[in-house]
Design a protein around this ligand. Structure first.
Ligand code: GDP
Length: 589
């Protein structure tokens, strides 16, 4: 393809942007994706390989080239860009694995706390981080959530991470989310250490786990590979120090370094509003040193750092690379996943923040066409049933996760339309908006002030509060299911050939004939057919065998039939009457 146009795209690209770059209607790209079994809407991201397949299938004279990702997160990780002045830094560890395999218990055991019991549904709801000291050295842990609804967050988590601990319960083995975690870790190019948990349990079967890991191409050290497997019990604490030793060892091999002589940069890993403190952001420092009083820009907002704290609430003066910190002083709430940077002064902070905010808005304007609208564009004739909702969540991370999970529910018939969303308690404004847009308000880990409750019940606004994300998603799914048009199933019963007509009025025909196929029952729906063409839709109201009413008439029997018609139907001998039933079946998503 010597003349092919070359288009550079990043590793991941939204369907909308790809269509734009290919100068194709977005519906065409979506259609092609669907043909290939990928159900993606305009805002969803597909990877480079998928994009390449689509371009191939569309027969375009276009060559895709992978653009180097411009994300500073990766550049700070790039070993080649590290100067001589860079110093060693603690490793950043994420814990991943299948639900119930003990991620939370292990993180709590390492932290020396025990908060697992207080958690709704046993699922960690948002991302934060903490740092511990082991053998006089620091290790940073990302407190990554455990449920698959948090796939989005976990992907971000993997980007921040040097080592992923994959927790596998020794009595349960490798499960779907274990495999997913392995995939994330590989994609992010981070080292994997396996914690084989629940070794205290009777059913623990380490050999089976090792075998199953090998099936995922994770070859453990004792079998000649480079994957370390540490048997642990989060319950008894057995093996945990060995796991920490191993993390330090692996990070020594990786020679983790960061620049310190540069303006500080990093990533926002959680943000929420606290009463009396305003926006509170948790951030992970990647390079440089963050100090109290610094001007810091994150996304479209900035702060003069009022308070700098460690994630366990202690005031600190400064934070060096790999340190998780809590920052207050932001004008507005930054977003989870926003990069932050320390700048020289307030003027620079304000300018940069407003530039980013405008950029975001523009990007949003281009890509923000919601999936519902798009689906409507594709099937102009088919009306999409919409379910309007407003979502309020406690922290930005949860909100992002809820929104991401909801997107996956849309089909070409029904769709969730988020008419409003935000972080914080449910307000009167939300209730008002719900009332005018006929929306249901979903609150995730937020409280409902009693005056708002009254206001909402007066306006008949439904407010539903959840503490477990998948229960919220299930509720929305149920609502969407209700909006799916039921499937109509017609079942053929039998056929009568007309041998005589006894009475015809505007609304009724009485005739007689022979059953030539199947079985007749009454009441039933029927089609009157003449020479293979339908001449009327009717209802069979009664059947007679001789002089007696009958419920059923079988093949090759003769019978009389009463028919209800809408309008006069002039039946003729030789017409066929085909009886059938029609059932409405509620479909599910
Ligand atoms: P997560 O979903 O991966 O975060 O799992 P959790 O930490 O919530 O643990 C799930 C269940 O397994 C809880 O009932 C824990 O008490 C239990 N559990 C976790 N680790 C161990 C362990 O090492 N031994 C035993 N016996 N139970 C464990």
């Amino acid at each position: 393809m010597a003349n092919a146009t070359t288009i550079e795209i990043e590793d991941m690209i939204t369907v909308g942007t790809l269509a734009e770059k290919l100068m194709l209607p977005v519906g065409k790209v979506i259609g092609e994706l669907m043909k290939n079994g990928v159900m993606a809407t305009v805002n969803e991201r597909i990877d480079f390989d998928t994009a390449q397949i689509i371009v191939g299938e569309l027969g375009l004279d276009v060559e895709l080239k992978r653009k180097e990702a411009a994300a500073p997160i990766t550049t700070t990780r790039d070993k080649n860009s590290i100067s001589d002045k860079a110093v060693g830094r603690p490793p950043v560890i994420a814990v991943m694995g299948h639900v119930d395999h003990g991620k939370t218990s292990l993180l709590d055991r390492i932290r020396g706390a025990n908060v697992v019991k207080g958690e709704a549904g046993g699922i960690t709801q948002h991302i934060s981080a903490y740092q511990i000291e082991h053998n006089g050295r620091k290790i940073t842990f990302l407190d990554t959530p455990g449920h698959e609804a948090f796939a989005a967050i976990r992907e971000h988590g993997a980007l921040l991470t040097d080592i992923v601990i994959i927790v596998v319960a020794a009595d349960d083995g490798v499960k779907p989310q274990t495999i997913e975690a392995i995939r994330f870790a590989r994609k992010a190019g981070v080292r994997i250490v396996v914690a084989m948990n629940k070794m205290d349990k009777e059913g623990a079967n380490p050999d089976r786990v090792k075998q199953e890991l090998a099936e995922q191409d994770l070859l453990i050290e004792e079998w000649g590979g480079d994957i370390v497997v540490v048997p642990v019990s989060a319950k008894t604490g057995e093996g945990v120090p060995a796991l920490l030793d191993m993390l330090l060892l692996v990070s020594d091999v990786e020679e983790l370094k960061a620049e310190v002589d540069v303006p500080a940069r990093g990533l926002i890993i959680e943000a929420h509003i606290e009463q009396g403190r305003g926006p509170v952001a948790h951030a992970l420092v990647e390079s440089g040193t963050v100090k109290r009083g610094d001007f810091i820009v994150a996304g479209g907002t900035y702060a003069k750092i009022r308070n700098l704290e460690s994630t366990d609430g202690k005031t600190i003066k400064e934070a060096t690379p790999s340190t998780p910190v809590v920052i207050t002083g932001f004008k507005e709430l930054p977003e989870f996943g926003d990069e932050f940077a320390v700048v020289a002064n307030e003027k620079a902070a304000r300018a940069e923040a407003s530039a980013t905010a405008t950029g975001k808005k523009n990007a949003g304007g281009r890509l923000d066409m919601n999936s519902t609208e798009l689906i409507r564009m594709i099937n102009r004739n088919n009306k999409v049933e919409e379910f309007n909702i407003i979502i309020k969540a406690d922290v930005q991370g949860s909100l992002t996760s809820v929104m991401d999970s909801l997107k996956a529910l849309d089909t070409d018939e029904v769709a969730v339309r988020v008419v409003g969303s935000g972080v914080g308690t449910i307000t009167e404004n939300d209730a008002h908006m719900a009332h005018t847009s006929n929306a249901v308000i979903y609150g995730f880990n937020v409280v409902l002030p009693s005056n708002i409750k009254q206001h909402a019940s007066r306006d008949k606004v439904s407010i539903r509060l959840y503490k477990v994300i998948y229960e919220l998603i299930d509720d929305v799914r149920e609502e969407l299911t209700k909006r799916l048009a039921p499937e109509i199933i017609e079942t053929d019963l039998g056929r009568l050939v007309v041998r005589g007509i006894f009475k015809t009025t505007k609304t009724e025909v009485i005739c007689g004939g022979e059953v030539t196929k199947g079985k007749l029952v009454a009441p039933a729906l029927a089609r009157v057919m003449r020479d293979g063409e339908k001449i009327a839709d009717v209802e069979v109201t009664g059947l007679k065998r001789g002089p007696n009413d009958a419920k059923e008439i079988f093949e090759s029997e003769m019978c009389g039939m009463s028919i209800k018609t809408s309008g006069r139907v002039e039946l003729q001998e030789g017409d066929h009457i085909e009886l059938f039933t029609r059932e409405m079946v509620q479909r599910s998503l």
